[in-house]
Design a protein. Structure first.
Length: 93
């Protein structure tokens, strides 16, 4: 028998005495860790480029529109990095 539906797979898990929660949690954990790494790398890229933290650069006042765009990207990466870290903690890590 080929298991094509969630119902069939859950039935198989029940039959062999496994909880479907753990594999789903592990999959979510792996996915979240990839997200964290992606945004962490982006944050580190900007920190190396500007030799400063995001908070330090927020105090920079200039009229460089390219920098302002990068600052928004940097802030987006930082916010997503923290968001996914919190999600990982909610999974128990």
């Amino acid at each position: 028998m080929k298991y094509n539906t969630l119902k069939e797979i859950l039935s198989l898990y029940e039959e062999i005495g496994l909880s479907p929660i753990e594999p789903l949690r592990l999959y979510a954990e792996k996915y979240i860790k990839k997200k964290i790494l992606r945004y962490e790398n982006e944050v580190k890229f900007y920190e190396r480029k500007y030799k400063a933290t995001l908070e330090e650069m927020k105090n920079y006042h200039g009229e460089d529109f390219d920098f302002e765009d990068e600052l928004m990207d940097w802030e987006f990466a930082w916010e997503n990095f923290r968001y996914w870290q919190n999600k990982l903690k909610q999974l128990g890590h």
